[in-house]
Design a protein around this ligand. Structure first.
Ligand code: MEV
Length: 316
């Protein structure tokens, strides 16, 4: 029995620990509900098969016609194929419509959220719910296709839609947020594929294991200190930890002129801390702001060319 269904998945931001997390250090990430993928499934006539409508780009893909070397295959077809294979089900007669407000290549988890929403809506339409661990494992498989050797932090925070303290290969750990805090997420407008920066950091590590290993280790200490600060409500400690984490990411070569300008503009306008978030070189920066200062910081970020500024509260 196939039924109509709806599913959604949020974007994500990494607060601390990107890149080092690929090499075994912890990271802290939170969902970003202000941007989302929405997916709707509608039963289709017998024999019509599975059709995916990508509403944002006005294109329609048929599951059975998809060529595996097509770039849309990885994003739209592969997640559904993985889920159907897992269920040992053949192609259902279903039309899935997806829409996303998460910028592609902006480091906010667009690929993982798309996969999560597609898999969830398919499972709901087939009335075959799977545990979140299984959905997460399937989305991780999709991430591997996009990014090569991802840590798994992006799919985990998106599938569980809650703040995570993530260590590669270990079970999900959440933590308490004792006091809410406000972040501004500013988009550099530059798309930067994560697999390139992850690959470059790996090369740097291979070339200089001692120096780069020490940077990873220090980032790990920052992440642990940030978790303690968040758990004990000492939000005032987070700003300098963000600034230090950003400086270490710069040492890992994943900052850029634009990201530096955006962080500087946020700090000059009163932010308590600022750092790039995600893969770097493009994508987003995050800035920690007192609630009364968000307008002036957002204006400064826009003046420095931020393509979009999102305000988000990480809630206790
Ligand atoms: C990307 O959002 C986070 C990185 O640490 C990559 C990963 O963890 O797979 C840069």
């Amino acid at each position: 029995m196939i039924r109509a269904a709806h599913a959604a998945a949020p974007g994500k931001i990494i607060l601390f620990g990107e890149h080092a997390v690929v090499h075994g250090q912890p990271a802290i990430a939170v969902p970003l509900a202000a941007v989302q993928v929405q997916a709707r499934a509608d039963p289709a006539s017998a024999g019509s098969g599975l059709t995916i409508r990508a509403a944002d780009i006005g294109r329609v893909f048929r599951f059975r016609d998809a060529a595996e070397n097509h770039s849309f295959y990885n994003a739209l077809i592969y997640p559904l194929r993985l889920a159907l294979d897992w269920l040992h089900q053949s192609e259902p007669d279903l039309t899935i419509t997806v829409q996303s407000t998460i910028p592609i290549g902006g480091g906010l988890g667009s690929g993982a959220a798309l996969a999560a929403a597609l898999i969830r809506v398919l499972l709901a339409a087939l009335d075959s719910p799977l545990p979140r661990e299984t959905v997460n494992a399937l989305v991780y498989e999709v991430e591997k296709r996009h990014h090569g050797s991802p840590s798994g932090v992006d799919n985990t925070v998106i599938v569980y839609a809650q703040p995570v303290y993530f260590v590669r290969g270990q079970p999900l750990e959440t933590f308490e947020i004792s006091r809410s805090f406000t972040l501004l997420v500013a988009d550099s407008g530059i798309s930067s594929p994560t697999h390139i920066t992850v690959g470059d950091v790996r090369q740097l590590y291979d070339a200089e294991p001692d120096r780069v290993g020490a940077i990873f280790a220090r980032i790990g200490e920052i992440v642990r200190a940030a978790r303690a600060a968040i758990e004990s409500g000492k939000i005032e400690l987070l700003g300098s930890l963000m600034n230090e984490n950003h400086a270490l990411l710069r040492d890992l070569t994943v900052s850029s002129d634009k990201l530096e300008r955006l962080c500087r503009a946020a700090l000059d306008a009163g932010a308590q801390g600022a750092k790039l978030s995600g893969g770097g070189r493009g994508g987003n920066i995050i800035a920690l702001a007192e609630p009364g200062q968000t307008d002036q910081i957002a204006a400064a970020l826009r003046q420095q060319g931020a393509a979009r500024v999102i305000e988000t509260v990480v809630r206790s």
